[in-house]
Write a protein that binds this ligand. Structure first.
Ligand SMILES: Cc1ncc(COP(=O)(O)O)c(C=O)c1O
Length: 385
């Protein structure tokens, strides 16, 4: 098996680097190596590159450059946002609210904060994976310092009502953080429209390299650092900057700012072609759609095949198509993802959940072939099991 023969429909897991990103990074791999903190010309070149990248990320989010901190990715951005905000605001309270469908990079930060004495409330979601602003209103107290609810879910693509929930948080004097690792570069993300105080980005979800990310911190938001060292990144994220990858993230942000409407349209057309192909091939008692039918990412299609095991489906077509499972079945045990189980999807459906996620490089021909491959694989499995 070579990866080239397999159709890649797993862009929510990670994306390849955009050609322009590679080209922008190359001089910083081959030539410009200066430390951005150095005052000589070597340092001035890399310092300028980092600041240009900061400007590009700020433009993408409609933020100001001094509100952007570069990190090592979505996980670190979430850690800095949540641990940093919880710590800096402990004098106001020790209550944090999150949701049942967060990525482990949020859930496990909450678990850690619980061991440090914070109390955590986890809001449920409905069958579409939506958090209810009314539930947030009921859960919030004068002790709540932080609400952390993701912008778009990585497994089913549901886009949460962040703006409404940020308003509720602010009325109570709490900060609002959103993990936007999956939404940035796929839908318009404007920090002022959303009204968030903190927003996390992961470079490798938008055609930049793995190992770089950013955190938006609204001016005036109190956040303590979680790493100690020198004064880089406004003193909030010490350590010599990862210039090469920051430049890559900057170029990826510039591309997304420039072409977002076109990218959205491309992904949505192909995602709908994939959905229509599968829902024509299978009857409603065999296939179901997961996630909100409208409020979801334009590239994500999560479907469940009744009474089939997702890992078997993926295994049986792995040399032809790459996608992700929403459940793992081993012998008598079925482990359904926490997102799918929070949505209350019955186990006979949940265990056959696969996530297909489309990217800028996906073609209509690949979608046609993907429909054929999935139809054949699922039909054969259904006949033998
Ligand atoms: C919603 C979400 N948050 C956070 C992360 C973690 O990002 P990173 O891999 O850059 O640490 C991911 C990656 O899968 C994600 O999908």
């Amino acid at each position: 098996m070579t990866q080239d023969q397999s159709i890649y429909l797993d862009y929510n897991a990670t994306t390849p680097l955009a050609e322009e990103v590679i080209a922008a990074m190359r001089p910083f791999l081959e030539e410009h190596f200066g430390n951005p903190s150095s005052s000589h010309s070597y340092g001035r070149i890399t310092n300028h590159a980092v600041e240009q990248a900061r400007l590009a990320v700020a433009n993408l989010l409609k933020a100001s450059p001094d509100e952007i901190i570069f990190t090592s990715g979505g996980t670190e951005s979430n850690n800095l946002a949540m641990r940093g905000a919880a710590h800096a605001n402990l004098h106001k309270g020790d209550h944090i609210i999150t949701s049942a469908i967060e990525h482990p990079a949020v859930t496990n930060v909450c678990q850690y904060l619980e061991t440090r004495g914070y109390s955590i409330t986890t809001l449920p979601v409905d069958s579409y994976g939506l958090v209810s602003p009314k539930d947030l209103e009921r859960a919030i107290t004068q002790q709540t310092v932080l609400v952390s609810i993701m912008h778009a879910n990585n497994e089913v693509g549901t886009v949460e009502p962040v703006r409404k929930m940020a308003e509720i948080a602010h009325k109570s004097g709490a900060l609002f953080h959103t993990d936007a690792a999956q939404s940035v570069g796929k839908i318009h993300v404007d920090v002022n429209d959303l009204g968030v105080d903190l927003l996390s980005i992961a470079g490798h979800k938008l055609y930049a390299p793995k190992g770089v990310g950013a955190l938006y911190i609204r001016k005036g938001t109190q956040v303590d650092k979680i790493l100690f060292g020198a004064g880089q990144e406004y003193g909030l994220r010490p350590g010599t900057e990862n210039v090469l990858e920051i430049v890559g993230l900057g170029e990826a942000a510039r591309l997304a700012t420039q072409n977002l409407d076109e990218i959205i349209q491309h992904m949505q057309i192909l995602r709908d072609q994939l959905r229509d192909g599968l829902f024509t091939a299978f009857s409603p008692d065999t296939i179901r759609l997961n996630g909100h039918p409208e409020n979801r990412l334009p590239n994500t299609l999560s479907v469940s095949f009744k009474n089939l095991a997702a890992n078997l489906i993926l295994k049986n077509m792995e040399d032809k198509l790459a996608a992700s499972a929403g459940a793992a079945c081993h012998a008598d045990e079925v482990r359904v993802s926490s997102v799918i189980s929070a949505m209350g999807i019955p186990v006979e459906w949940a265990k056959g959940t696969i996530r297909l996620s489309i990217g800028r490089m996906t073609t209509s021909d690949e979608i046609l072939r993907a429909v054929e491959i999935i139809t054949k694989t699922v039909t054969e499995l259904a006949a033998c099991c």
